[in-house]
Design a protein around this ligand. Structure first.
Ligand code: SAM
Length: 275
């Protein structure tokens, strides 16, 4: 049986290295070998694949990914965890990078790794999960397949379909780059410390091209305006951008609300030339 961190391993590592899990950094460590195996299986990662892990923590998931034969680049912000992480990943094909995944020179970090496509597999720090996913989807086309653990509400927003209550800015912007789906629900019991929220795994398969023909910045501006006043009809929420007639000319009902629009409708609005 491959090595996995159990609850007592995690407690022992924390004790020996004098560590307290930091809430501010979203430190909830995986302590359940079955969950780790499930994440690795659902990620589809196999021998020789390049994997970026954001927030490896004590290395619970890192071990599973390395066992699957992946080359792992693991980016951890908390320098106090690094000695424990080094102990767990010694002799494994893992490159640990100390840095902030929100503000990293990714091309330099990944330059020598010899992969032109990467999977992102991570139990994300919950407080920065949405901006992290949205920023990296926009900035890093080489991150092709994603499997990330996030708070349940965040995951439901990322995958929400038009016309549902959870539909929001992250749903539309994520769908611009690829297809997002809920892969599994994960119980709070598999973490130490136990979080107060439920978690889900979200997969994102990045499309080769944006899924709608429209400039991303323009589309994002309109989506933010629309959802900025999500209870209002589009004729109000988008009044700074379009007249009612112009919205109609895009084949969109001015009386709709932002959450009702699909990606193609946002694309037509973003392509519309306002004279
Ligand atoms: N992967 C480990 C596991 O599953 O046991 C730890 C996951 S824990 C939910 C999130 C990890 O992300 C922590 O180790 C935390 O220090 C790290 N982290 C928080 N913010 C980060 C950032 N901006 N960049 C990189 N790592 C970050």
């Amino acid at each position: 049986m491959a090595r996995r961190l159990t609850p007592s391993d995690v407690r022992d590592l924390l004790d020996r290295h004098g560590l307290e899990p930091s809430r501010a950094l979203g430190q909830n460590f995986l302590i359940d070998p079955n969950t780790i195996d499930k994440i690795v299986r659902l990620s589809g990662v196999g021998p020789g694949d390049g994997v970026v892990e954001i927030g490896p923590g004590l290395g619970s998931l890192t071990l599973g990914l390395a066992d699957a034969g992946a080359d792992v680049v693991a980016v951890e912000i908390d320098r106090y965890l690094l000695p424990a992480l080094a102990e767990v990943t010694v002799d494994l094909p893992v490159t640990v990078v100390h840095g902030d995944a929100m503000d990293l020179d990714w091309p330099t970090v990944l330059a020598d790794a010899g992969h032109d496509q990467w999977s992102v597999v991570a139990n994300l720090p919950y407080n920065v999960a949405t901006p992290l996913v949205l920023d990296l989807l926009a900035a890093r086309p080489e991150f092709r397949r994603w499997l990330v653990m996030v708070q349940r509400e965040v995951g439901e927003r990322l995958v929400a379909a038009p016309g549902t209550k959870a539909r929001g800015i992250p749903s539309v912007l994520t769908s611009y780059w690829g297809v997002a789906e809920l892969s599994a629900r994960i119980s709070p019991e598999v973490f130490h410390p136990r979080p107060r929220v439920d978690s889900v795994l979200v997969s994102i398969e990045r499309a080769a091209e944006p899924r709608v023909d429209a400039d991303f910045q323009r589309l994002a501006t309109l989506v933010r305006a629309g959802f900025g006043q999500r209870r209002k009809m589009l004729r109000r929420s988008l009044s700074g951008h379009f007249t009612e007639e112009q919205i109609l000319a895009c084949d969109v009902a001015p009386t709709d609300r932002a959450e009702q629009l699909d990606l193609a409708s946002w694309g037509r609005l973003a392509r519309f030339e306002v004279s």
